[in-house]
Write a protein that binds this ligand. Structure first.
Ligand code: TA6
Length: 278
């Protein structure tokens, strides 16, 4: 594992002896690549992504904190994905490689959000598996509330040929219509714009493609967001190519509906795990 330059930004390239690889930017504590052992790239990165301090990166795994979307007074999806994090540890074992990155409050974060905190993101790769764990600590003297998400952009060959399994029976909030409903489909196909928050997604989900798939499991992050901008919304995103929506699907582990309340000295963690099936 080594420090590298990734489109002008400092990053760490993780290489597990079993063949798995990943790249994590210090900017945003943002994972931009994951290749399971003997496998192809599983993470979508927009070819038009902007790599600049202070600017969110389109694709990869943006870390969303302390606000999801526009559900509060802060800028969209909060500030964590715009800040420069610090690599604090990178290690390689017999069959794994991992990195820890940290972000603590600064005068700039306190300007947006008047709290003292420490965030840590741990990325661990081993064989066909990727674990991304987010830890939040309240290092100040007053209680705060937060929302968080791992806004994962998964790479797919053709989104219309994909299906998401494991959502049947779950309560869902459709962000496009504002309607709440219960999912009845056992396999959910993506053939139009979708922006949904599913609740109580405690069981594994499966993203199926014609010749491969990925199992997605989250812990302590009870909401799952499924997002694809489709043609019209995608064309409005300056940092996405016109047909970019066909190559990605966001499956995000999140805590949105019931924000976490953290007392002084308190700690919380949430995790999203992926297992690639070829
Ligand atoms: O997670 C879905 C979502 O909140 C969508 O509503 C969509 O706007 C997307 O995230 C991307 O947000 P961004 O601020 O990165 O353009």
């Amino acid at each position: 594992s080594q420090r590298i330059d990734y489109n002008g930004l400092p990053a760490v390239h993780l290489c597990s002896p079993d063949g798995a690889e990943a790249i994590v930017l210090e900017h945003g504590g943002h994972l931009v690549s994951w290749k399971p052992a003997n496998g192809a790239e599983r993470i979508y990165m927009s070819p038009n992504a902007v790599f600049k301090e202070g600017t969110p990166v389109r694709g990869g795994v943006p870390v969303i904190f302390p606000q999801f979307g526009l559900r509060g007074p802060l800028q969209g999806h909060g500030f964590a994905r715009r800040m420069n994090w610090q690599l604090v540890d990178a290690r390689v074992g017999e069959d794994y490689a991992l990195a820890h990155l940290r972000l603590s409050d600064t005068p700039e974060t306190r300007e947006h959000w008047p709290h003292e905190f420490a965030l840590e993101i741990a990325v661990n790769i081993s064989g066909a598996r990727l674990d991304i764990e987010l830890e939040v600590s309240n290092t100040g003297s007053s209680t705060f509330d937060f929302m968080a998400a791992l806004h994962t952009y998964l790479a797919v060959k053709e989104v219309e040929e994909c299906g998401v399994e494991g959502l049947s029976g779950l309560a869902c909030e459709d962000m496009l219509t504002g309607k709440q409903f219960r999912e009845t489909k056992s396999s959910f196909t993506i053939d139009q714009e979708v922006d949904r928050v599913y609740h109580d997604t405690t069981k594994p989900l499966m993203l199926n493609e014609p010749h491969r798939g990925v199992v997605i499991q989250s812990e302590n992050m009870p909401d799952t967001v499924i997002w694809n901008p489709w043609e019209v919304r995608c064309a409005e995103l300056a940092d996405m190519p016109k047909d970019g929506f066909r190559r990605m699907l966001c499956v995000e582990a999140a805590v949105i509906r019931d924000p976490v309340k953290l007392e002084p000295g308190g700690e919380w963690w949430g995790r999203q795990t992926f297992v690639a099936m070829e």
